[in-house]
Design a protein around this ligand. Structure first.
Ligand code: PMP
Length: 377
């Protein structure tokens, strides 16, 4: 059997990793500024993480949600504490798409409505409603296309007000990334997020903050939307939550009523995934990773702004977009194949920096030096 060929794969065989360093089968060293797409939050093979998962696997790896799993409650408690949302409730699933899928479904249950407002260049996942709310028609199958999702221009206050004025009573949810990731590292403006909050309040719609990529401490705030001083009704999360172990979830405001069977999944909240997620939060707290994301992130942002060949630098904390002029679009590939540095990209020519939250200034400098070399080459 062959693999179903859906990923453009680089011919690199990574066999070992530690922190933000990777090694291939020939012993070549690579630097990881991509974190496996914002997934590696506490660095690869962190000893506390390895120990917690291994211990858990030796005790019990999986049962089902038909028994109490104390680790789920521990995870919810630690998450509430670190995010400052102790009164929210946690539902656990397995990925970012699933988190958004459940957030949208819950919003529709809660309001009894069908319409969803999403924004240009959004990415919310590849499952049915998540992909319907994603602004990329080429990844939606005919069955995913629906009139229930309305796309509005990102950061356009007037368009948003007009939409609510004409069909506000039908809107179940507004879903927005605090910083668009796949869309090219574009930050939602503070007045825009505040307007979403006030219109959702006025019309009884649900504010969903997709924090899958921009959340979990990456920007220096736990949820990137926090900088606007607004509270969302539901925060979706995944990626950095498990540092590579598949886990996702939604944090749900107290006004939502739970009932049996409303949401559910076989694997969500399993022992191993919870052990991984608890270990991540332990390390985020003990190593003060939100502060580090802010410090090293600000340093990178400041230094990147000094490069005159870069068109624009965008982002916050350790979620950074470097927009290059079209003629320098090969820099990303050259960083990988000439300097052995992994970065991400957003079409057509934005380099995305999404490293582990514990990268050091020294690693940041190694990246800046390599980028300097590439831009001069
Ligand atoms: N939301 C956002 C903002 C994302 O960036 C992604 C993944 N790139 C997803 C949702 C989907 O997450 P997953 O791939 O885990 O389904």
């Amino acid at each position: 059997m062959n693999l179903f060929d859906v990923y453009p794969v680089n011919p690199i065989h990574i066999v070992r990793a530690k922190g933000s360093t990777l090694w291939d089968a020939d012993g070549n060293e690579y630097l990881d500024l991509y974190g496996g797409h914002a997934v590696i939050s506490i660095g690869h093979t962190h000893p506390h993480y390895v120990q917690k998962i291994t211990e858990q696997l030796n005790n019990i790896g999986f049962y089902s949600n038909s028994i109490e799993i104390p680790l789920q409650k521990q995870l919810a408690q630690q998450l509430g504490e670190m995010s400052g949302k102790e009164d929210y409730a946690l539902f656990l699933c397995n990925s970012g798409a699933e988190a958004n899928e459940n957030a949208l479904k819950l919003a529709s249950f809660h309001t009894g409505r069908k319409k969803v407002i999403a924004f240009s260049k959004s990415f919310h996942g590849r499952t049915s409603l998540a992909v319907a709310a994603t602004d990329n028609p080429s990844i939606s199958a005919p069955v995913n296309k629906t009139d229930n999702v309305v796309f509005l221009p990102f950061n356009d206050e007037e368009a948003l007000s007009q939409a609510f004025a004409s069909y506000g009573e039908e809107v179940a949810a507004v879903i927005i990334e605090g910083i668009q990731g796949v869309g090219g590292i574009r930050e939602a403006s503070i007045p825009f997020l505040q307007l979403i909050r006030s219109l959702c309040d006025q019309y009884g719609a649900v504010f969903i903050a997709d924090s899958v990529q921009c959340g979990y401490g990456r920007t220096g705030n736990f949820y990137s939307h926090d900088y606007a001083g607004v509270q969302a009704d539901i925060y979706s999360m995944a990626k950095g939550m498990g540092n590579g172990f598949p886990i996702g979830g939604i944090a749900i405001a107290p006004k939502f009523k739970a009932s049996y069977g409303l949401l559910g999944t076989t694997f969500g909240g399993n022992h191993l995934a919870c052990a991984a997620a608890v270990a991540v939060l332990d390390v985020m707290k003990s190593e003060k990773l939100l502060e580090n994301a802010k410090t090293v992130g600000n340093y990178l942002l400041e230094e990147l702004k000094k490069f005159d060949k870069i068109q624009e630098v965008r982002g916050r904390g350790l979620m950074i977009g470097i927009e290059l002029p079209a003629e320098l679009a090969s820099v990303k590939k050259d960083l990988l194949f000439k300097n052995r540095i992994f970065t991400g990209e957003a079409k057509p020519n934005v380099i995305r920096i999404l490293p582990a939250l514990n990268i050091t200034k020294e690693i940041a400098d190694r990246f800046l030096d390599a980028l300097d070399e590439r831009l001069k080459a």
